[in-house]
Design a protein. Sequence first.
Length: 171
Amino acid sequence: MLDPHDILRDVLAEHSDHDKWVGTPFERIKRVSNSTVGDVGQAFVERLCEELGFDIEVPRSPDGKRLRQSPWDISIEDVTFELKTATEDIGGSFQFNHLRYHREYDAVLCIGIAPADIYMGSWTKADVATGAAGKLISMEKGANASYKLIKRPDQLHPISEFAARVLNVLA
């Protein structure tokens, strides 16, 4: 009988979908958990905003501790954003999961990480709610609290346009 470890290694080899990431600049993003991908996106946006000279805030408790659960993830120039980060899937799209328009925020900021590129999109909450940002797909059949927004790279903008695109949403 085969060792269960060998069986799992064989199954993993059959189901691996990350070969396109091997040897690429952002390969390490595929080695972190899904929740950590969000943390990476949060830290990236914070540092990018600081580099660009934007005033930012993150949600904090009354005693000053950073909140992990909040209706919004980052405030840029006094506009609150729900921030979503996704890696490019095997089909070449980004799935920005768990968008919720019942929460209080002003806009959505999506960061798409591809093997060698970074993309972004930003939309007002009204754009998201009316479908102008794209079709939302329910994360759970028959439920309407959490959605995903799927975007291809050509439906997003290169990260080099971050400042202009965020300022456009702020206007």
